[in-house]
Design a protein around this ligand. Structure first.
Ligand SMILES: NC(=O)c1ccc[n+]([C@@H]2O[C@H](COP(=O)([O-])OP(=O)(O)OC[C@H]3O[C@@H](n4cnc5c(N)ncnc54)[C@H](O)[C@@H]3O)[C@@H](O)[C@H]2O)c1
Length: 349
């Protein structure tokens, strides 16, 4: 195989992922799949060559001219589509979160690993330039022992409801935005084994028709379907005494923030703006890092996925990582529902 023939499922976040695959010299987008034909026709115009259009993912998964799928449907459809794909021997690249529940995520990881296909998460924060920079420093031991971290995504009025999957069961703020900062901080900390979570969560804006994207007021028949969290905050403990405070708010009366803070014995860091903190010659030293313009996260993701398929490069973001992050998220939400600390039986490889 000299190139990867990819199909893109879901014409929202599928577009930047699909464009990146099409931009890669060893990637080709050969098919699109969505329930809405016009959305496919619209995206097809941006692609360099004609593509097949599917409205039925099961038919797509049987297409012998497709090697791999990017899956970017609402959360509740990631696993059904990916299960069908891996059973047909297709490689899969899946947007965050991996699934709408821990059991669905675990079923898919077992099936993908058994099928022996490349299975990867598309994670725009982890593969972003700032995160990768901090990851390189962490791998060099720059921070010393990392023993604590804070990770948060705070919006003022940012509940998405352009597909109902966001606000129905299996959606919610924590699986939508908490997942970005939780995955990234867990990766930066070196993927420690989570052991328990203690959290609160709820919905203070969405069910009242407030806090929606850009202050838009949705129709009552939309917000009456709100059945998820619009905020969650908690604490995750890891093996070895490491702790992470994590927060995700779709709506709040607080300034907007998307932040990760690392606490290490030798240095600390903030993701935004990218800053390093140390003590040098007995004096505090804060360094603002200005990264040169590099490739977009989507191109890094597409490039790595293609390298894994064509060159056998070990995948740095396998679905198993998505499963472990899902386990942490579900433990956070379960702790909020039950009012107690929830143990995590982490599916470490
Ligand atoms: N930074 C990121 O990585 C990022 C950003 C935004 C969204 N997302 C994720 O992408 C997913 C979709 O979000 P979005 O904002 O793109 O939504 P969207 O509504 O814009 O797009 C989803 C598309 O999936 C299609 N679809 C739904 N069910 C389908 C099915 N069974 N078969 C084929 N197509 C189907 C819909 O018709 C729609 O066009 C969510 O899981 C979300 O968490 C990731």
């Amino acid at each position: 195989m000299k190139e990867v023939r990819a199909a893109i499922v879901g014409m929202g976040i599928g577009r930047p992922n699909g464009q990146a695959i099409a931009r890669n010299p060893r990637g080709r987008v050969v098919a699109l799949c969505d329930l809405v034909e016009e959305r496919m026709q619209d995206f097809a115009k941006e692609l360099p060559a004609p593509v097949k259009l599917y409205t039925d993912y099961q038919k797509l998964c049987r297409d012998p001219e497709v090697d791999a799928l990017f899956i970017g449907t609402p959360n509740q459809w990631h696993v059904p589509i990916a299960l069908e794909a891996v059973r047909q021997g297709k490689h899969v690249l899946i947007t965050k979160p991996l699934a709408d529940s821990e059991s669905a995520a675990a079923e898919l990881v077992a099936a993908a690993e058994a099928a022996g296909v490349v299975n990867m998460m598309s994670l725009s924060t982890r593969f972003g330039a700032e995160c990768r920079y901090l990851g390189r420093l962490a791998a060099q031991g720059y921070f010393g022992e990392m023993y604590y971290a804070r990770a948060r995504s705070i919006r003022r009025s940012g509940i998405p409801a352009w597909n109902l999957g966001f606000i129905q069961a299996g959606g919610g703020a924590f699986r939508d935005m908490g997942v970005h900062v939780l995955d990234a901080v867990w990766w930066l900390l070196g993927q420690p084994k989570p052991v328990s979570a203690l959290a609160v969560a709820g919905a203070k804006f969405g069910p009242r028709g407030l806090g929606y994207w850009d202050y838009e007021v949705p129709k009552a028949e939309t917000y009456r379907q709100f059945a998820a969290d619009d905020y969650a905050g908690g604490f995750i403990r890891f093996e070895g005494g490491l702790g992470v405070q994590v927060e995700s708010f779709w709506a709040s009366h607080q300034p907007e923030e998307f932040q990760i803070e690392l606490f290490g014995t030798e240095a600390g860091a903030r993701l935004s703006p990218l800053t390093l903190y140390r003590t040098v010659e007995g004096a505090p030293q804060d360094t603002t890092v200005r990264l040169p313009k590099g490739p977009e996260a989507w191109d890094v993701i597409a490039g790595h996925f293609i390298d894994c398929i064509l060159d056998g490069t070990p995948c740095s973001a396998p679905l198993r990582h998505g499963l472990i992050v899902q386990q942490m998220m579900e433990a956070v939400l379960q702790s909020a529902a039950t009012g107690g600390e929830v143990r995590i039986d982490a599916a470490m490889a």
